[in-house]
Design a protein around this ligand. Structure first.
Ligand code: 13P
Ligand code: SF4
Length: 305
């Protein structure tokens, strides 16, 4: 399967991008792996005519908006995002109208239609920096992730108005179980993604995007231990780059549910990746007029990053 993908990739002059949450075997053969900011930044600079996004739909849509003349493939178009789904564009538009005079800052985990309603986008890597770039008195709506929004409010002292959305994976981590694990592993540092709930973030030694958590783990001394409160896919790259260190997945509330796997990310398999390169389908399309409106806040984010 890997040989077939390599052959098709050359024939199609394609580049494979994978998020850190993709299946390990996909990360291993991707040309680039990264967090959502890095994937957007890389997509914006590629020369090749075909991009295969092994992430979720909003990541593929962002790549298509940035590269309208390229073919953007997504191995499974059902790879959605519960956080993006928690913010339907018509309701978000009504919410914006209820708060006149507010600047709209949206997380990149949104549909193209919600991006088009926003003044600037952020990812978990640059949210604080971009919020800080606005005057302290600026009235701001932040959507759709309430946990990331609350976290940014707490570290910046802002009072941004928050949309009430969340990611079903990150909301499931249990602060009580993480505290119990910490007691068993007193030297372990807790690494948490800001989409986790506040009680989990209060236990964390490092709060950051997937790339920031990976960097923190990689810069720590040999033999360090970590409890990792984000989607399980990141453990593959953490362990690959840090063979002397121990990474313990943070437990969800329900230990039987494998809730720290994002089922959407895991829809992309090697078989579907090979098939999409072979058939040049499914392709991600964004209406050009909508794409042009959604591009402005993405470009503004890339500029501010
Ligand atoms: P990153 O910004 O760390 O890539 O996070 C994306 C995401 O979907 C988190 O659930
Ligand atoms: Fe969306 Fe959550 Fe999956 Fe990230 S982990 S892609 S926010 S559903």
């Amino acid at each position: 399967m890997k040989e077939k993908i390599e052959r098709l990739k050359k024939e199609r002059n394609a580049v494979i991008l994978a998020h850190y949450y993709a299946r390990p075997e996909i990360q291993d053969l991707a040309d680039f792996i990264g967090d959502s900011l890095a994937l957007a930044q890389i997509a914006a600079t590629l020369k090749e005519p075909v991009i295969v996004m092994c992430g979720v739909n909003f990541m593929a849509e962002t790549a298509k908006i940035l590269c309208p003349d390229k073919t953007v493939l997504c191995p499974d178009l059902n790879a959605g995002c519960s956080l993006a789904d928690s913010c339907p564009a018509p309701e978000f538009e009504a919410f914006i109208k209820e708060h006149p005079g507010h600047t709209v800052i949206s997380y990149v985990n949104t549909s193209a239609a919600v991006k088009a309603l926003s003044d600037v986008l952020v990812t978990s890597s640059n949210a604080r920096k971009i919020v800080d770039s606005f005057h302290a008195d600026e009235k701001i709506i932040f959507g759709p992730d309430r946990n990331l929004g609350n976290y940014i409010n707490s570290v910046t002292g802002r009072k941004m108005v928050l949309w009430d959305g969340a990611c079903h994976v990150h909301e499931e981590f249990s602060a009580e179980k993480i505290a119990a694990l910490k007691a068993e592993h007193p030297a372990a540092k807790v690494l948490a993604h800001p989409e986790c709930k506040k009680p989990v973030l209060l236990l964390a030694d490092v709060v950051g995007s997937t790339a920031a958590l990976l960097k923190a783990a990689t810069e720590a001394p040999d033999g360090s231990e970590f409890i990792v409160a984000t989607e399980s896919g990141i453990l593959h790259e953490m362990r690959r780059l840090n063979p002397s260190k121990t990474f313990i997945p943070a437990p969800p509330e329900d230990s039987t549910c494998a809730c720290n796997d994002c089922a959407f990310m895991k829809l992309n398999t090697l078989e579907k990746l090979a098939a999409c390169l072979e058939n040049m389908a499914p392709q991600v399309e964004v209406d050009p007029e909508l794409a042009a409106r959604a591009r402005k806040p993405i470009d503004r984010m890339l500029c501010l990053s």
